[in-house]
Design a protein around this ligand. Structure first.
Ligand SMILES: Nc1ncnc2c1ncn2[C@@H]1O[C@H](COP(=O)(O)OP(=O)(O)OP(=O)(O)O)[C@@H](O)[C@H]1O
Length: 514
């Protein structure tokens, strides 16, 4: 197959007829893509469709089984990440390659040929260049700031600055906005527009189809390792993108049916504070209810959820479950008491990457697999069948239950983190960003599963920065700002506008002294 011709202008890079298999799994089949200079090119597709695999091939991390790559019309063999970098190709992934403990300057300079004077790194010259690049991407903090002290959005800026330090001609960004607030995403979009205006090509991977539609002039849609649509100089609407990705029309944001029966309060948090980010928060969730917790980044939502399941210590306040007041020292205690949780940081807190899907799914419900209370054996066959059933129900794209979670695509790892809590009925589920990185079709499936769990009597608290998700999923949404609960919307009043209005409601109040 020949790369689709760019309708207008020049061509920077083409991949032609690229195929790649991992073991028995065909990740890419005869894929062709054309990247134009100065253009934002969106890569979209379901989880496991092959987007990251193509990017890793361009980055020199994987090698194609067949096919070719041309840069400026010349065939190139990107055998290692160093070759990619020398060719002017830069890559920024979700799990950013920042060096903790280093300052911004050293993180920006990483990977570029250091300027040396008499064999010693010339930090003075490096700093001058870094300062110019930092200004270009709108870095407003000192280059001496410790990288660990930056927000995710600011770390992205540092990564973009690093790419520019290397004079990158193409920057591929894998889900850059997945962890950013709408405001931070808008700022990143502006920077991307400036980069492309100056001639840099950008590959932009995202499951947020509205932003792809707005930002990307060219789009490639992947499905099951193939390209199913290449749009050149043509903006596809969100609906057109959904149709290409899932192969059918789908409503994007619909309110859920109201619950048929809501029971007693199951999770009762009163006056919870951590002395820092969470200030006197009270919230109740009843059996059968899906309650959303919204607010801007930094509002204290995630911190509050982490206090509830024992990942952080409460300074004051009470949390009660039906069996009485609880104060968990660690998440394992919460799990033993019938809580389930999907933490925000999936890769570091949610799943064991080197272990199989089977192991990860059954991890929280090992007790139910014991042959008897007195025998330390497990009914492994039961566990395996349970894992296989859930793989089907949640739609995890895999070769089988024995596959290590680390070799799944990002969105499929998230599905495993969620499936663990579907293995057994949980009284309370706390889900932080449950569909981050999950494709549009699977997202709807995950939402259905969460609603089903609630219908079976679970009390569900969903923390999300994605207001569309809160509208599509929750019966009621509590909004936090500045560490406080600043309001609540219920039923038909749950709209994106109402959540946003509440999120900003404290913005003009003077900050309290904690
Ligand atoms: N290192 C690997 N070993 C085995 N299989 C792999 C490896 N990397 C990717 N795969 C498989 O290749 C397929 C394509 O995965 P890829 O990561 O490219 O998908 P993706 O479109 O980026 O998905 P997502 O949106 O979830 O990030 C998946 O089935 C995945 O399990």
């Amino acid at each position: 197959m020949v790369a689709p011709p760019a309708a207008t202008g020049q061509v920077l890079l083409t991949a032609e007829g690229v195929s790649k298999a991992f073991g028995g799994a065909q990740a890419l089949r005869d894929v062709s893509v054309t990247i134009r200079p100065g253009v934002v090119h969106g890569f979209v597709g379901a989880n496991g469709a092959g987007k990251s695999t193509l990017i890793r091939i361009l980055a020199g991390v994987h090698h194609p089984d067949s096919g070719s790559i041309h840069l400026d019309g010349q065939e190139v063999h990107i055998t290692t990440p160093l070759v990619a970098s020398q060719l002017g190709l830069a890559f920024i992934h979700q799990e950013m390659s920042i060096i903790p403990g280093w300052d911004v300057l050293r993180n920006m300079a990483l990977g570029m040929p250091y300027r040396t004077r008499a064999g010693i790194i010339d930090w003075k010259a490096t700093r001058v260049r870094a300062a110019a690049v930092a200004k270009r991407v709108g870095i407003h903090f000192s280059l001496d700031t410790l990288i660990d002290d930056l927000s995710t959005a600011d770390k992205w800026l540092v990564m973009i600055a690093r790419a520019l330090m290397q004079d990158a001609r193409l920057i591929a960004m894998d889900e850059p906005t997945a962890s950013l607030s709408p405001q931070e995403s808008n700022r990143l979009h502006e920077i991307i527009r400036e980069l492309t205006a100056a001639g840099t090509a950008v590959i932009f991977v995202s499951h947020r189809l509205a932003e792809v539609s707005e930002l990307c002039e060219d789009v490639t849609v992947f499905k099951d390792g193939r390209v199913v649509r290449s749009a050149v100089n043509e903006r596809l609407s969100s609906h057109e993108l959904v149709q290409a990705i899932v192969g059918r029309r789908m409503e994007l944001t619909q309110r859920p049916e109201p619950p048929t029966s809501v029971g007693d309060v199951v999770l009762d948090a009163r006056h919870v504070s951590d002395g820092r980010m969470v200030k006197d928060v009270s919230l109740q969730v009843r059996a059968g209810e899906v309650v959303g917790l919204g607010g801007l980044v930094g509002s204290g939502r995630t911190e509050f959820a982490r206090l509830l399941y024992g990942a952080e210590r409460m300074r004051s306040g009470d949390v009660a479950l039906p069996d009485g007041a609880v104060r968990f020292a660690e998440p394992a205690d919460a799990v033993a008491m019938g809580l389930g949780m999907v933490p925000e940081e999936r890769r570091s807190q949610g799943v064991f990457l080197d272990k199989s899907i089977d192991f990860n799914i059954n991890l929280a419900s090992l007790n139910s697999l014991r042959v008897s209370r007195f025998v330390p054996w497990l009914k492994l066959g039961v566990g395996r069948r349970r894992a296989e059933r859930l793989i089907k129900e949640v739609g995890i794209k895999t070769r089988g239950a024995g596959q290590p979670v680390g070799s799944l695509s990002g969105g499929n790892q998230q599905k495993v983190a969620l499936a663990r809590w579907l293995a057994e009925d949980r009284k309370v589920l706390i889900l932080d960003e449950p569909s981050r990185g999950v494709d549009v079709g699977a997202r709807a499936e995950i939402h259905n599963l969460i609603r089903e769990l609630a219908a079976r009597g679970a009390a569900v608290l969903v923390v999300s920065s994605d207001n569309e998700e809160l509208v599509a999923l929750c019966d009621r949404v509590v909004v936090m700002a500045d560490g406080h609960v600043c309001g609540e919307v219920v039923g038909d009043d749950v709209t994106i506008q109402a959540i946003l209005a509440l999120s900003f409601s404290r913005a003009h109040h003077p900050k309290e002294v904690a």
